[in-house]
Design a protein around this ligand. Structure first.
Ligand code: NA7
Length: 556
């Protein structure tokens, strides 16, 4: 059965050929984009490689998967009725509930009829004469569209590590970012988890409860703050609901990361030691991402940052009973927060369990995988299952998988060979009518993604409406505006401690990937203002092309 048939089997119409817009991806970005395009009366076709909506939440089904932004804020704000009616159950929503929410949104706005699932976009080429994109999909079909919107997600291209012998492993191999849909039960099994980023840190405590033995292979220790997750009370929900429009406004306009929280009025070194410890202690008890918001200079001043890092290292030493294991779990090679901080439930205490062992693969590297074991330089550890929590080719990985050809046949991969180049993160020069949602050069992964998604979708929708109303056929970022924006993004990053870490923000987790700080760190409020100003000045920095006047028939 072809994918087109399978699309119709799912009750979806087959592609008809020509659209105003093709959207790639049906995660939170693609869904909202489709909704807004329909409101404009535009025709749109969405392609999604997964079997349903949800994007990263469709794939990341590993045990313990949760959002690290609180549920009352990690949700759409575009419809007051939607935000009033949805009932989040916990402070941090577990993955199944976020997926259910995505499904609810798809049902509520009848989105699925324009989404073709189980279908990848393989190629997209811009026809400079017609000013249209030609889009080829994995079902063998080709459609055309005036615009293409890449809603491909930042953390959706799971990365398999290049470890010798992996293919010959006889047990089951799982990647956290591509977890099976069937229930996985590790009861009675010897399990290895490789990787201790956010996914590993969330999965480890849950797997440890099932496995007969769990071995955690850590290359780099990470900072993690307790989530203090709990059921939401009716009062807590009501506190948001009764004031949602204002809370959302503050998130969009006043918060650097799009999450409403107390704004610090001082730096870490403005307080004496006792006062500082008391403040850290209070944020540690509160739990969650707001730990980093206790002072206003933790991301900028190394001495200030050290005070927070020391506090967390001391906490790890207090929690973990074996001093050697505690030492290994204490991060010491990057400033706290310069890699995405992890939010956990019982991660460090899990290492006090008798069935959990930590292996430091910096001092004892993995040499290879044997049919029934992981072999390090010093030992062989027999395991029944391997869990790879090794992360993603972040921000650009999913875009790079598509053969995208702009002017003169240049591919986006060729253009981005030295690192991604965009104007405002929204468009790349040489690729007219191609928009990117939460792409490199925008606040994206440094923010509450839904806040950033809504801002981009609204901006793109307004831009397309502007073009339609003026009979314009093409929009393209100018090279000059792009060069200036790329320089600005780098300059702002250099004022912070972020580039000091080998993080996926820098592309450092992918061998051979250019190391450039990809997201824009100026904050969502400032960034929104810049985007609005650009639009208000007639899309400054973009070149727009008018439709050629139709030739009149000459009568003799
Ligand atoms: P991350 O944060 O990229 O973490 C991946 C982890 O896997 C990290 O500890 C890596 O160590 C480790 N890793 C990667 N490759 C290998 C190999 N080959 N051998 C051993 N260990 C390896 O991905 P996550 O999925 O945890 O989280 C991504 C984001 O999702 C997160 O920030 C949240 O925003 C949600 P390294 O640090 O490179 O030494």
């Amino acid at each position: 059965m072809s994918a087109v048939q399978s699309a119709s089997a799912k009750g979806q119409p087959a592609a008809t050929g020509a659209y105003d817009v093709v959207v790639v991806g049906a995660g939170f970005a693609g869904m909202y984009m489709l909704h807004r395009l329909r409101q404009q009366g535009l025709s749109a076709r969405v392609y999604e490689q997964g079997g349903d909506v949800g994007g990263t939440w469709y794939w990341n089904r590993y045990p313990g998967a949760r959002c690290d932004v609180e549920s009352m804020q990690y949700s759409y704000s575009f419809d007051e009725e939607l935000q009033q009616e949805w009932e989040w159950s916990e402070r941090y929503a577990p993955q199944p509930e976020i997926l259910k929410y995505a499904g609810h949104v798809a049902d509520r706005y009848d989105l699925r009829r324009d989404i073709q699932f189980d279908t990848r976009v393989d190629r997209a080429a811009f026809d400079e004469t017609a000013n249209r994109w030609s889009v080829a999909t994995s079902d063998g079909n080709t459609v055309t569209a005036k615009y293409v919107v890449l809603a491909t997600g930042c953390l959706s291209n799971a990365r398999m590590p290049d470890i010798k012998g992996l293919a010959g492993f006889k047990g089951k191999v799982y990647h956290t970012g591509h977890w099976p849909h069937e229930r996985v039960d590790f009861t009675g099994q010897r399990v290895a988890v490789i990787g201790t980023g956010s996914s590993g840190i969330q999965a480890v405590p849950v797997i440890a409860e099932q496995a007969s033995h769990l071995t955690v292979f850590q290359r780099t220790a990470n900072f993690s703050i307790p989530a203090r997750n709990a059921a939401l009370t009716a009062e807590e929900r009501e506190a948001f609901r009764s004031n949602y429009p204002e809370i959302r406004r503050i998130a969009r306009e006043e918060m650097r990361n799009g999450i409403v929280q107390e704004v610090p009025d001082r730096g870490a070194l403005d307080d004496g030691e006792d006062e500082r410890r008391a403040r850290f202690e209070s944020r540690w008890s509160k739990g969650g991402l707001t730990f980093m918001g206790v002072y206003n200079n933790l991301a900028f001043d190394k001495a200030a940052n050290d005070t927070a890092a020391d506090f967390v290292r001391n906490k790890i030493a207090e929690i973990v009973e074996d001093p050697h294991t505690a030492k290994l779990l204490q991060p010491n090679d990057h400033p706290i927060g310069s890699k995405r901080i992890c939010i956990d439930t019982d991660y460090f205490t899990t290492f006090n369990r008798p069935n959990v062992t930590l292996v430091d693969i910096k001092s004892d590297p993995i040499q290879g995988i044997l049919p029934h074991a992981v072999r390090t330089s010093a030992k062989e550890i027999e395991v029944d299952a391997l869990v790879l929590a090794t992360g993603f080719d972040a921000m650009t990985g999913s875009v790079a998988k598509i053969d995208i050809r702009g002017r003169n046949g240049q591919t986006l991969n060729q253009k981005w060979a030295e690192g991604p180049r965009t104007y405002l993160g929204l468009m790349s020069a040489g690729f007219p009518n191609l928009f990117i949602i939460t792409g490199p050069g925008s606040p994206s992964v440094l923010s509450n993604m839904i806040v950033s998604i809504e801002q981009h979708v609204d901006w793109i929708t307004d831009c397309i409406a502007h073009m339609r109303d003026r009979d314009l056929v093409a929009i393209e970022a100018s090279r000059d505006a792009e060069d200036k924006w790329v320089a600005h993004v780098n300059e702002v990053a250099r004022t912070t401690l972020y580039p000091q870490a080998n993080s996926w923000y820098m592309g450092a987790n992918i061998p051979g990937k250019p190391q450039i700080f990809m997201p824009y760190i100026g904050g969502v409020g400032l960034y929104r203002q810049i985007c609005n100003d650009v639009a208000a000045k007639g899309y400054e920095g973009f070149a727009m092309t008018a439709a050629k006047p139709l030739k009149r028939a000459v009568s003799s």
